[in-house]
Each structure stands twice: as C-alpha cells, then as structure tokens.
Design a protein around this ligand. Structure first.
Ligand SMILES: Cc1ncc(COP(=O)(O)O)c(C=O)c1O
Length: 513
C-alpha cells in the first residue's frame, strides 16, 4: 500500500474531475491511481479551502443565477464525491516552519505523516525535493511496472481505510490525557458486551494476561492440572506453567486441529481442575462434548479464544459455551489493536468482579488490595483504536469468510484445505493448508512475492521450555504431523479476487513440477 498526495495544481487540473480534456496526463495518472489496489490518494487538509473557493468561482461563472445556498449545496456534493476516492491528509503539528515556503512546508509535513510521495507537475518541486515529490511519468511507470504485491495481514490497508476514525479516536485520548482506564475502556467493554451478548467483558493488557487472569480467578494452585492442546501458540501452556500448574497435553483432532474431546477423559486425574481448548485459526472446538466431560468430572472450562473473537458455536458466541473465554487484540488478530491488548469474557458475576480487581493489582478500591493481582489493564489508546475499528468488524469477518471460501473452492481438490464444522463459524484468523513438501512450496511462494507463515512449526510438548514434562517425539502424533505440514496463506479482509487467483495459480504451479 503506497500513499500519493496530489499537489493542488494537479487537483485543479482534475477539477471538476470529469474534465479530462483539460489535462489528459493528470487525468490518466489519477485514473491509474484510483484503479490500483496498491495506492491511496490524498489531498492535504490545507488545500481544501483553496479548492472550495475555486469551485465556487467556477459555479458562479458557469451559472451566474445560482443562489448562494445552491452554490453551497453543490460544493458540498462536490467534496462528498471527491472524498469517496480521495482521503484527506492532515497537516501535522511538526510542520517545519524553517522552510521558507509555507505551502511546501505544509505539503512536506502532510506527506511525511502518511509516509508517501507528492505527485506534482512542478519541475521546481521535483528538483528541490526529489525524495518527496514524484512526476506524473515516474508515478505512471511505478504503477504499470509494480510487481503484484501481497500483504499477509494487510494492516496498512485497514489503517488507511479507517484513518479518519482512528485519528479522531487517538486525538480524543491525547487531548484528554486519560491514558489508563476511563471512558474509552468502559465504552469498548460495553461495545464488546453488546456484540457477544456477554454479561461481562473485562479488557486487559494482552491475550496472555487474559489467560492468567482467568486462571487466577479460578484459584489455580501449584500442581493443579490443566488439560490443553499441544498444537497452539506458546502462551496457552506457558501461562499454565507460570501459575505453577501442570499443562496436560491431549492430542488434537485430525480434521479441526482443535483439542480432541475423545482423548480428554483418559487424561483426567484427581488433580485436574480445568479443560482449556483453543479455538485454533478462529474455529471453536467441539464445545458440547468438552462441556459434558467437564460437567461429569466437575471441571471448569476456559476457552483460549485469542484467535477467535467473534466466532460462533451452534449460533452463539463462545463466551456462552464455557466458564471463561479469553481473547487477544494483538495487531494481527482478526480484531487487532495497535499494540498489545486482550479481554476476558464471562457470564459469571463472581469471576467478573474478581477479574476486574485482579487486573488492577487486586484492588477493591484505591490502595486497598484484596488479592495478589497484576498491572493488567488495557490502555485507553488501544481501547480507542479498537472502538474505531469495531464498526467494520462484522463486515470484515464476512470478507475473511469470503476469502476463505474462494481459497477452498480453488484449492480443495489439490490440497488439504481447512474443514469448518457445520455448527461453527470461524473468523479465519488464519487460512491454513496442509502440504507434504512445505519447505519447497513456501520457498516458491516467497519467490513469487507471496508471504506465508507456519502456525506452528513445533508442538508445545517438544519445546525446550517443557522438557521437564518428559515428552518425546511420538507422544502426540497428530500435532506432530500438523506441525510438519501446515502452511498459512495470506488472510485478511482486503485480498482481492485477482490476488487470490495469483496465489492459487502460483500454488498449483508446484503440482506440475
Ligand atoms: C492461541 C493463543 N493464545 C494466546 C495468545 C496470546 O495473546 P497475546 O499475544 O495477546 O498475549 C495468542 C497470540 O498469539 C494465541 O494465538
């Protein structure tokens, strides 16, 4: 994703946008930019006033009988239309007033804030600031010759799509200086409660801390046993060990790659306290079976939903299928902040009250501490960013689902594609295939500009940090096989059909080698 700021002369060329006769090169570069998936076009906020007066002038010339109200109305329509294609770049406070020419200083500051280039026809600008300005020809060449570029999570595209909302939210926090807890955090928790129909959402500092808070609320003690999957991110079992409890691994199901319920009962002892399934890649585990086992043996259930916020099982959000559900707002997660963040969700009033205290050093009121807790709050800036992102989250989930569907349609005959149970809705944190010759496929894709990732190359029971559990290879054969075969393809709401075609074609090329 690249950003191009149009200098005012160029906008005036284009204006009234349908006047391509007047400046055909400006019109053609503009069209190329607008049609490219890789570029976002901007004008500076400072140029709006000048553009407005030009527009009014023109309207008066063309239709001298127009009333001032009509002119205003038409100008408003003009700007609204313009802003469907072009975004507005602010002039940041760090504008360099030492540069004699304020207009240049303003453009340079604005383009720095969006990390882009200024498109101009002015040879003086091009000569004086070759790193910041580009000519129409250079820009056209760059667009035409750009190799296909695919971003794995495409956080940039999402940021540019939501930039005005994000900027507003950040400005509110900065100007209020309410950086910890406060209104943004409360508003986010309420928003997430409404979305999930949960009784309680307690935001916190990360998905890892959410797991710790959940276990602290359940009074996990040294030597308690917690049943979980070895095929997950380290945090799932690491937090169990951090609580001085014992992670008891149970192999995963070969279809869903989630905790295999049929193997759980054999792992239960009189020390077992909790079953902790993980909703891997965004798909819930078989919760009815897991809950039935938990009920039979009087165990609690925590779902590690770091990858699955928004997923459903039997039509309901996962918080309704466990005692505590935890999630992560790590930037690359489906609902990601711009730093660390997480949340604990529960229907249980007692847990909710305790977790809210635990995340603030176990305090009942300021400087009165009932529990040993932690500094585990979500900061207000992250809450604000999540609030800006939330209104589009449901549609982003749908877009992820559409991308997954397109991949599966194109690849399921040749590759082992993901299988989502008919009673589950995945949020597709990852789209993960199984391939026999993974290293070769990954290298080939990388060579063709397609990023991939491995989630995860080593199951947890074989990690050095868990050597003390005395597992050797062969202990959990499904997890071990998966760790050798899985490969995740680019997955985000912004992948275009053209990009999917390219990824599919590049993958299939490997079959003919
Ligand atoms: C399954 C799982 N659990 C826990 C976590 C930890 O979340 P965070 O990175 O927010 O601490 C992650 C994050 O990658 C995860 O994927």
């Amino acid at each position: 994703m690249k950003n191009i700021l149009l200098d005012l002369a160029l906008i005036i060329d284009l204006y009234p946008l349908d006047n391509s006769e007047k400046a055909p090169e400006s019109a053609s570069v503009y069209q190329a930019l607008i049609q490219s998936d890789d570029y976002q076009v901007y004008i500076t906020s400072a140029s709006l006033l000048e553009l407005e007066s030009k527009q009014i002038e023109r309207l008066k010339q063309v239709s001298p009988l127009l009333t001032i109200e009509k002119i205003r109305e038409k100008t408003q329509v003009f700007f609204k239309n313009l802003c469907t294609e072009i975004k507005i770049a602010k002039t940041p406070a760090y504008i360099d007033l030492e540069i004699g020419d304020i207009k240049i200083a303003q453009m340079l500051a604005a383009v720095q804030a969006i990390n882009g280039k200024i498109l101009t026809k002015n040879p003086r600008y091009l000569e004086q600031y070759p790193n910041d300005f580009i000519s129409i020809d250079t820009c056209l060449n760059a667009i035409e010759q750009a190799p296909i570029s695919i971003d794995f999570a495409n956080l940039k595209k999402q940021y540019w799509a939501l930039q005005p909302q994000i900027e507003r939210q950040i400005d509110e926090v900065l100007s209020n200086t309410a950086f910890v807890m406060g209104q943004k955090v409360t508003e986010l928790e309420q928003t997430l409660c409404d979305f999930t129909n949960a009784n309680h959402v307690i935001s916190c500092s990360s998905g890892t801390d959410a797991l710790l808070l959940a276990m602290m609320a359940m009074d996990v003690e040294p030597d308690d046993e917690i049943i979980t999957t070895p095929f997950t991110f380290i945090a799932t079992a690491e937090t169990i060990a951090l609580m001085k409890a014992k992670p008891v691994f149970v192999d995963v199901d070969p279809v869903s790659y989630n905790l295999n319920p049929d193997l759980i009962e054999a792992a239960i002892t009189d020390k077992t306290k909790i079953i902790m399934p993980v909703s891997l890649y965004g798909q819930p585990a078989e919760m009815d079976k897991i809950n039935a086992i938990a009920q039979k043996h009087n165990l609690k259930v925590i779902i590690d939903g770091a990858q699955s916020f928004g997923a459903t099982y039997k039509g309901k959000q996962e918080v309704h299928h466990c005692d505590i559900y935890t999630t992560s707002f790590f930037p690359a997660k489906p609902l990601g902040a711009y730093g660390d963040g997480g949340a604990v969700l529960t229907q249980n009033d007692g847990y909710a009250k305790k977790i809210a205290m635990l995340r603030e050093h176990g305090q009942r009121k300021r400087y009165h501490h009932d529990y040993i807790g932690m500094g585990g709050r979500l900061d207000a800036l992250q809450a604000a960013i999540l609030l800006a992102k939330f209104p589009t989250y449901a549609s982003e989930i749908k877009q992820r689902q559409a991308v997954a569907k397109a991949y599966t349609l194109a690849l399921s005959k040749q590759f082992k594609t993901p299988d989502i149970a008919s009673d589950c809705q995945s949020v597709w944190a990852q789209y993960t295939l199984r391939v026999p010759n993974r290293a070769a496929i990954q290298a080939h894709l990388q060579k063709q500009g397609i990023p991939t990732a491995i989630h995860y190359p080593m199951p947890l029971h074989l990690q050095a940090c868990f050597q003390y559990l005395n597992f050797s290879e062969g202990a959990f054969p499904v997890a071990e096989l998966l760790s050798k075969e899985v490969i995740s393809l680019p997955m985000n709401p912004f992948i275009t059909p053209k990009q999917i075609d390219y990824i599919v074609l590049t993958l299939k090329e490997m079959l003919t080698r």
